[in-house]
Ligand binder design. Structure first.
Ligand code: GLY
Ligand code: MN
Ligand code: MN
Length: 435
């Protein structure tokens, strides 16, 4: 993505601000063990606004009634650091790359921020971050507040992430291309898992096959910790152990996907370890698939996300009645939340630079947001029947199924961005027989 896109985003954020100073910090590095670090992952908001992948950087937007200014703080070139960790962009490099008004040495941040805060009344930051740079800014604002002779004082501290979240809600064509790129690789990884799956393998061996596809195709990382859950493990929603043996006659649920230039994909497929759905597995699978297809088909501009959630719960409740797991009227069962025992999670979430994109789900008045073209949401219904749950007919016990796709809302309806990944019983069995 080129600098024009990032410049446009900064301009849009400035337009949403009242007069004041916004500070957006890069993510810190994280220690993994002693003196080694986790691989670096930038703060998505910071990346969204400038595309810089370095830690110890700060973006500051300043808005007055007459004008606006953008200042980027980066680490200056340092020969010692370049020797060990590689050269950073440095002040010159950053000045060449970014259309900002000033690039400063981050060593000057503390002094510079004190100067800026004495001239403004609104401070925009991530209210829920404990970033040292933000704590520093709040401390500076507090100290200026009790200093006589200061021209203006910060009188309100506002959540900049909400404003950025509203911008991130609508994806540009370039962002959709990033998600599609992630999905192209993720699709191949799921197909490899289907082809390579054998009873007796370990869950991590399927995960390894997928990780190879991600990395070998240039994806920087998984978009989230992979779930490879054989049999009853699928009924633990956040199962990430992935060390069990895959058993003949069980299903395996794989929720795994990669990110491309920090844009996520998020895909779940569930398939039989031996390549053929049993009768009972097929019955449940086709119910979940039918719900997923109907929910996806209901997506269009103007539909509210809350409505879609309720609709999906109604369909899942009907499925549970048809499978003989719940008995009674849908309305009464739903009021008592009986379906939640077997379908406990939401129908989907926004997806973009974060797998769970932190964009608003409601408008300023608390009303559920209506879909607009450019929004991307996962649709991921699931039914989960624990092996030890005797409220479920025996033939269904130990079955856990989720099917997840990534859906783009378009002017004319929707586009299933992950439609190329095998999903029907026939397509999955065919894919699994290819090896
Ligand atoms: N993989 C995380 C989720 O489906 O929400
Ligand atoms: Mn998801
Ligand atoms: Mn998922």
């Amino acid at each position: 993505m080129n600098e024009t896109h990032f410049l446009n985003r900064r301009t849009k954020l400035l337009a949403l601000m009242e007069e004041g100073v916004a500070i957006i910090t890069s993510a810190p590095t994280q220690t993994r063990s002693n003196d080694t670090e986790y691989s670096y992952r930038q703060n998505s908001d910071f990346y969204y606004l400038c595309g810089l992948n370095e830690d110890n950087s700060v973006l500051v937007l300043v808005k007055t009634p007459e004008s606006s200014k953008t200042i980027l703080f980066v680490e200056a070139y340092n020969a010692e650091s370049a020797l060990w960790n590689g050269a950073r962009l440095g002040i010159e490099g950053a000045s060449e790359r970014f259309s900002v008004d000033e690039v400063n040495d981050v060593a000057e941040y503390s002094e510079r921020i004190k100067e800026l805060l004495r001239e403004h009344i609104n401070l925009y930051i991530d209210l829920y971050s404990d970033s040292a740079r933000l704590v520093e800014a709040k401390t500076a604002a507090q100290s200026l507040h009790s200093t006589r002779g200061v021209k203006r004082h910060i009188r309100s501290i506002r959540d900049v992430t909400y404003l950025i979240g509203t911008l991130r809600l609508i994806k540009s064509d370039e962002e959709i291309e990033m998600i599609k790129q992630a999905l192209t690789i993720t699709a191949e990884a799921h197909h490899v898992a289907m082809r390579e799956c054998r009873a007796g393998m370990r869950e991590y061996q399927l995960q390894a096959q997928m990780s190879y596809i991600f990395l070998n195709n240039g994806a920087e990382s998984e978009a989230y910790g992979a779930i490879v859950a054989g049999g009853n493990n699928a009924n633990t929603l956040h199962y990430v152990d992935n060390r069990d043996t895959l058993r003949d006659g069980d299903l395996v649920l794989i929720d795994a996907a990669c990110e491309w230039e920090l844009y996520a994909s998020d895909i779940t497929r569930t398939f039989p370890i031996n390549g053929k759905f049993s009768e009972a597995q097929r019955e449940v699978y086709e119910k979940v698939l039918d719900v997923q297809l109907r929910v996806i088909d209901a997506i269009c501009v103007g539909v509210k996300r809350d409505w879609l959630q309720t609709y999906s719960e109604e369909l899942l409740c009907d499925a549970l009645i048809e499978l003989g797991i719940l008995n009674g009227e849908r309305h009464t069962l739903m009021e008592a939340k009986e379906h939640k025992k077997y379908a406990p999670h939401g129908i989907g979430h926004w997806m973009g630079l974060d797998v769970h994109d932190p964009c608003p789900y409601v408008d300023e008045s608390g009303e559920s947001l209506a879909f607009e073209a450019g929004m991307v949401m996962t649709i991921e219904p699931g039914l989960y029947f624990r092996a030890d749950d005797d409220s479920v007919p025996e033939r269904y016990r130990g079955i856990g199924i989720r099917i997840e796709d990534n859906i783009l809302v378009t002017e004319s309806g929707y586009e299933n961005l992950s439609a190329m990944i095998a999903k029907s019983v026939e397509d999955i069995e065919k894919k699994m027989s290819e090896n």
